[in-house]
Design a protein around this ligand. Structure first.
Ligand SMILES: [Zn+2]
Length: 228
């Protein structure tokens, strides 16, 4: 296996039709984890590029770490995955046990799909990244993590206010509930206004009110009523 010039510390472990998967280790368990991630990524590729009417011009580059501490050190914060618009690279932590534990398997394969959605929508329009509920909500909704959360009847915090939803610290303050409610906002937009409208918003995030022909205040109130 050859180390790649632009990813000098990493090995190219697997290349698929739409992705290149790298890791700092070539161990067997890393290769097997990447095989699972790659399979699930490819099986969601068509669905997501159709949904957002966008196909990346290059293969998606994914860096996979199976050592949590090493991953946190490289990212500089405690997260399971990230997409960086500056270099177009997805970085994920995936524990080697996913092959043996079904619940872990879906959690971490969904995580990569979630990051791929960030990659798609931020490539469509970088401004999506600055409207966090739109960015995270779309990723959570389209990765079907919202559907899972609804099925699990997990207990989430109370419905956030519009101010909280728009706050830059919402995701730090509200944790997993922030993803849940942002995902519900996207589900509401798709159900009430159609996927076409969501795609228009992603292409022009600051024109949301014009596209939906409403104000953010009214949208919030309708959403709240829809939740109850
Ligand atoms: Zn995310």
């Amino acid at each position: 296996m050859i180390k790649q010039g632009d990813e000098d510390e990493l090995y190219l472990i697997q290349e698929t039709i739409h992705g290149k998967f790298y890791s700092p280790s070539q161990d067997d368990d890393v290769q097997q984890v990447i095989q699972e991630l790659a399979l699930n990524y490819e099986s969601n590729y068509e669905r997501l590029t159709t949904m957002f009417q966008f196909s990346p011009s290059k293969k998606t580059r994914v860096h996979v770490y199976t050592d949590r501490e090493q991953f946190y050190k490289i990212i500089g914060r405690q997260t399971e995955g990230t997409y960086d618009a500056k270099d177009n690279i997805i970085k994920v932590f995936t524990p080697p046990q996913i092959r043996f534990v079904p619940s872990l398997h879906s959690e971490y394969t969904d995580q990569l799909v979630h990051e791929f959605i960030h990659a798609i929508i931020q490539q469509i329009h970088p401004a999506v990244g600055s409207v966090k509920w739109l960015d995270e909500g779309t990723a959570f909704y389209a990765a079907l993590q919202l559907e899972d959360a609804l099925n699990q009847k997990h207990h989430f915090r109370e419905i956030p206010t519009l101010e909280q939803l728009n706050s830059p610290t919402f995701f730090d303050d509200y944790g997993s509930s922030a993803y849940f409610y942002s995902g519900l906002m996207i589900q509401f937009i798709v159900d009430e206004y159609g996927l076409e409208s969501l795609n228009e918003i992603i292409r022009e995030p600051l024109a949301l009110e014009t596209i939906l022909d409403t104000t953010m205040d009214q949208l919030y109130l309708h959403w709240k009523a829809y939740l109850q």
